[in-house]
Design a protein around this ligand. Structure first.
Ligand code: IPE
Ligand code: IPE
Ligand code: MG
Length: 267
């Protein structure tokens, strides 16, 4: 049951600032209807439109959608090709809705691996919407959490090699600064659809203290009612970040947030 908001707590306080979604179940949705898997991906694109609109209306600041993983490149070439084509169609179709609704489109992952016919229009819309302030919509494309951490580790190692950074000065902020998500707060809530209960290489670092919600609904069927259910459950949870309930109630600061530190000293 959802606890009612306390007088000082508005609905907005209880909404996740950053919602991340693993949009899973497109293939099964199609197969269950005797349709080719690509029909599920097509229906999944409509769900993206629906849920983006809902989140924008609700006032969620950051929405991050896992659209294509690094590991998804290993799917049959016809499916990968169809997904790339759908991504292009998504960028073309959603252009007006993104710009008219003051949404900033962003992407994380190895974007350079996407074929040029997708990358070009995607980057163009990202640039065009860069100054928008209503909501940040981030697509994870050719994204893998382990790959992202390896990339960050290489970046740090290079800085140490060049003598710009002492190994002892490497801390959580240094690692976070090497990730794709430097402009994003950590997700508060992760939803995965279609009944699977795993993170499948998504935002491994950033999800450290996210609340997890697993919905049995296939992504193409995910609607406002199902989103509202997830948000209501999120709103009723107590996030403790390692503290006790009493400490949370007393407003004790979170221990996972780094204290302001002195500027990193060179070697
Ligand atoms: C999610 O749906 C979309 C992508 C991974 C691109 P799936 O294609 O994984 O659907 P299922 O899990 O096979 O049903
Ligand atoms: C995760 O779903 C990736 C996306 C939703 C884009 P997968 O369907 O690829 O994950 P697994 O294979 O079930 O772990
Ligand atoms: Mg899947």
């Amino acid at each position: 049951m959802t606890a009612p908001p306390t007088p000082t707590q508005t609905l907005a306080d209880r909404l996740p600032r950053h919602l991340a979604i693993i949009m899973d179940g497109n293939g099964r949705w199609a197969e269950e209807r005797g349709l080719p898997r690509v029909a599920g991906h097509r229906a999944g694109a409509d769900a993206v439109d629906r849920i983006t609109t809902a989140c924008r209306e609700l006032g969620i600041g950051y929405l991050t959608l896992y659209a294509f993983s690094e590991q998804n490149w290993a799917r049959p070439p016809e499916e990968v090709g169809a997904l790339m084509q759908l991504l292009l169609e998504y960028v073309q179709k959603e252009r007006a809705q993104i710009l008219d609704n003051n949404i900033r489109l962003s992407a994380i992952g190895e974007i350079d691996r996407l074929p040029l016919f997708v990358r070009g229009p995607l980057r163009e819309l990202m640039d065009r919407s860069a100054a928008n302030t209503g909501m940040v919509l981030t697509l994870a494309l050719s994204y893998g959490g382990r790959e992202e951490l390896v990339r960050a580790a290489r970046h740090i190692a290079r800085r140490v090699e060049r003598g710009e950074l002492r190994a002892d000065a490497v801390d959580a902020d240094t690692v976070a600064a090497g990730l794709y998500t430097t402009d994003l707060p950590d997700p508060d809530l992760l939803i995965r659809t279609s009944g699977e209960e795993r993170v499948s290489n998504f935002l491994l670092w950033q999800l450290a203290y996210a609340e997890l919600h697993f919905s049995p609904v296939r992504w193409p069927d995910f609607d406002r009612a199902e989103l509202a259910r997830a948000l209501a459950q999120y709103g009723a949870r107590e996030r403790r970040f390692g503290l006790t309930s009493a400490q949370v109630a007393a407003g004790t600061p979170r221990a996972d947030r780094a204290a302001p530190k002195e500027t990193a000293r060179p070697c």
